[in-house]
Design a protein around this ligand. Structure first.
Ligand SMILES: C[S@@+](CC[C@H](N)C(=O)[O-])C[C@H]1O[C@@H](n2cnc3c(N)ncnc32)[C@H](O)[C@@H]1O
Length: 256
C-alpha cells in the first residue's frame, strides 16, 4: 500500500469523517481545507446528492443497472445499498483506479449483484469491455452512469467530454448520466484566486469547471429538473442546506 502518495479516495474518506487515510492524505486534505474551509461540507453534500440521485434513478426513472466510476472507499449508503433498498434486483458495477478502493470494495461490496472493476476513467473503453462488467450489466438495457466527484480529476475539457461521450454511446436511449464537478462559479474572486494558485502549485488536483463547460457533458441529453445547479440544490430533502459557495460543486442528471 502506497502511504507516501496522496490518494483522492483516502482524502475524500478523511473529509467524510472516515478512518481509512494516511498522514499524506490528511496533510493534503488540511491544506485544501485551509483555502476552501467548507470542503468537508462539500464532500458530505456530495454524498447526499449521490443518495438523492440514485433514489431518483431507481425509483422514478426505473433504472435497474448502474455503472459507478470513481467509486471511492465504502461510505454510508453505497450505490448498491441505496439502489437495492428501492429495487432489490438492481445490479451495480463499480470502477476505480485506486487499489485500496479495490481491496475495500472486494471485502465489503461482494453481494452477487455487484461487481468491482479496476479501471481508469481516462480509458472508458477498457472499463466497458471488462468481462465482469459484461456479466453484470446488459448494455442493451438502460443504465445509470455515475461520475460523481471524479470528472474533475481529468483536467482537459475535451478529453473529459470524449470520455463521457464514449460512455454514453455504449448505453441505449433511456439511460442516465449523473455527474458532478467542482466549480469556482459561486465563490468571490479572492477565493477563486487562492484555488488557482493551489492548482498551479500542484496542491490540489480537482479541476473546477464553470456552468457552461460542465453543461456540455450533458449535450444531447434531456436535463432532469432542476437542471444544472449547485448539487445541494438538486431536489433537496430539506430547506436547510449550505450555500452554493460552501458546496462549490455542480451536479446534474440527464436522460439519453
Ligand atoms: C472524490 S472521490 C469520490 C467518491 C464517490 N464517487 C463519492 O462521490 O463519494 C473520487 C474517486 O475517484 C477515483 N478516481 C480518481 N481518478 C480516477 C480515474 N482516472 N479513474 C477511475 N477512478 C478515479 C478515486 O480513486 C476516488 O475513489
Amino acid at each position: 500500500m502506497d502511504q507516501k502518495t496522496v490518494s483522492p479516495a483516502r482524502r475524500w474518506n478523511y473529509w467524510l469523517g472516515g478512518k481509512d487515510h494516511f498522514q499524506v492524505d490528511r496533510d493534503s486534505g488540511d491544506r485544501i481545507a485551509q483555502a476552501y474551509p467548507a470542503v468537508r461540507t462539500a464532500a458530505r453534500q456530495g454524498r447526499a446528492f449521490h443518495n438523492r440521485a440514485i433514489r431518483f434513478l431507481a425509483g422514478e426513472a426505473g433504472i435497474r443497472q448502474f455503472l459507478d466510476i470513481g467509486t471511492g472507499l465504502p461510505a454510508p449508503d453505497n450505490t448498491h445499498e441505496v439502489a437495492q433498498s428501492i429495487a432489490p434486483d438492481s445490479r451495480v458495477v463499480y470502477a476505480d483506479n485506486d487499489p485500496m478502493v479495490l481491496a475495500h470494495a472486494r471485502a465489503l461490496m461482494s453481494a452477487g449483484t455487484t461487481t468491482f472493476v479496476r479501471g481508469d476513467l481516462n480509458e472508458p473503453g477498457a472499463i466497458l469491455a471488462d468481462d465482469d462488467l459484461r456479466k453484470t450489466l446488459d448494455l442493451t438495457q438502460p443504465v445509470g452512469i455515475l461520475l460523481i466527484a471524479v470528472l474533475h480529476f481529468i483536467p482537459d475539457d475535451d478529453k473529459a467530454r470524449a470520455v463521457v461521450s464514449e460512455l454514453l454511446d455504449a448505453a441505449p436511449p433511456g439511460s442516465y448520466l449523473v455527474a458532478t464537478n467542482s466549480t469556482k462559479d459561486f465563490v468571490p474572486p479572492h477565493v477563486a484566486a487562492v484555488y488557482d494558485q493551489m492548482l498551479a502549485a500542484g496542491h490540489v488536483d480537482a479541476w473546477p469547471r464553470d456552468k457552461d463547460t460542465f453543461g456540455r457533458f450533458f449535450s444531447g441529453l434531456e436535463l432532469i429538473d432542476p437542471g444544472i445547479v449547485a448539487l445541494s440544490d438538486w431536489r433537496p430533502d430539506n430547506e436547510e442546506r449550505p450555500s452554493a459557495a460552501e458546496v462549490s460543486m455542480y451536479g446534474a442528471v440527464g436522460r439519453k
